[in-house]
Write a protein that binds this ligand. Structure first.
Ligand code: SF4
Length: 362
């Protein structure tokens, strides 16, 4: 193996090299990795971090992912669904304050009424958000799980153009351990293909630190991102939830878990180069400035929460989610300072699409 300095100058990496980088723990070495990823982000994507104001519009879900706090089998969570008016209001607010893009996220459902609701919400947001600063309206990312190709096409036609569907892990045995038997890894992969076919910029990602997950599995996850030509990545540490089926399984200690999550961001940046990578809220659940550190390791997207304050506590996929007592205006004031604290600027009023995707569509 070359020395670290030489290794970090490469543009391609072997599996062994990726595993070595993911496993770094020493402060100096991790800082070298962080600097290389941060500098590459600046070189390829510039200094701007883009906001996607996220509206968690319903915690109703038909599925039962073992790790999730709002899974269908959890009877203790209070269920809610925002009205279309509330969803549109939250998204339009984000346009008014300059965020440029919104994410609509909910638990996974398939009823015709639900699909109509999502489609109509997208259409209304798109039409009403057109302004001088946003001549094409808000950028809309969807994250509503596995759907049919026809449904994906309807959502895309209505005006959403990015979609996040996390694979969580690409290892078949581990996937089977953390999902009920009727939720299949192959189905999820097929949906990622459908999303591409429907015309979306395609995002996926994994949980980092799942009990039983190895560094080699994470290497294969990164290879999967490459083989699927993924445009956007959203990854976060596995944090257990006391109402999930995996609560008795051990979670990694916070310090090594965070380091592994930061290393994963940096290595994905070095390997995939020009994709968008989100500094997810789960990082902040473990470390107050976790999102900023994520940005310093090569992330270029962050997702301020626009979910109305009164229902925020009911949308906890994992324990300790930050900012659940704050309103959207509180997040707005706080986040810019956080982004600037790591030498980045906010890409106000821009969609901030994946350069990786844009290059392909030229
Ligand atoms: S992770 Fe998503 S699809 Fe799975 S149970 Fe939770 S909300 Fe539902």
């Amino acid at each position: 193996m070359k020395n670290l300095e030489e290794l970090l100058k490469q543009e391609t990496f072997s599996d062994e090299e990726i595993a070595y980088l993911l496993g770094l723990t020493g402060t100096d070495e991790c800082n070298q990795l962080r600097t290389a990823a941060y500098d590459l982000t600046t070189e390829l994507l510039g200094t701007e971090v883009y906001y996607r104001g996220i509206v968690e519009f319903s915690n109703l879900c038909e599925l039962d992912c073992h790790y999730c706090g709002i899974r269908n089998g959890n009877d203790e969570v209070e269920r809610y669904s925002l009205t279309q008016e509330q969803v549109v209001d939250a998204a339009l607010w984000c346009g008014e304050v300059g965020y440029g893009s919104t994410v609509l996220q909910s638990g996974e459902r398939h009823s015709p009424e639900y699909i109509d609701f999502v489609e109509n919400s997208i259409r209304e947001i798109k039409t009403k958000s057109i302004s001088e600063t946003l001549p094409e309206g808000l950028g809309i990312t969807l994250s509503v799980g596995e759907q049919t190709l026809e449904t994906y096409k309807r959502f895309h036609e209505a005006g959403a153009h990015r979609y996040l569907l996390r694979i969580e892990t690409t290892n078949p045995e581990l996937y089977a351990k953390i999902h009920p038997a009727d939720q299949k890894l192959e189905e999820r992969k097929k949906c990622l293909d459908y999303l591409r076919e429907a015309g979306f910029q395609v995002g996926t990602g994994v949980m980092i630190g799942i009990p039983g997950q190895t560094i080699d599995m994470l290497v294969q996850d990164i290879r999967f991102f490459q083989s699927m030509d993924i445009d956007m990545i959203g990854m976060g540490p596995y944090i257990s939830h006391h109402q999930s089926c995996m609560y008795d399984k051990s979670m990694m200690d916070v310090e090594p878990l965070l380091q592994l999550a930061f290393n994963m961001i940096a290595v994905v940046r070095l390997v995939l180069r020009d994709v968008n990578i989100a500094a997810t809220t789960a990082l902040q659940a473990l470390l107050k400035n976790g999102r900023e550190v994520g940005i310093s390791y090569g992330a270029n997207i962050t997702m301020p929460n626009l979910t109305p304050r009164e229902v925020r506590p009911s949308y906890q996929l994992y324990e300790g989610k930050p900012c659940i007592d704050e309103g959207r205006a509180d997040c707005h004031g706080c986040l810019q300072k956080r982004v600037e604290s790591v030498g980045r600027t906010v890409g106000w009023n821009k969609w901030g699409d994946s350069k990786h995707y844009m290059k392909k569509s030229l």
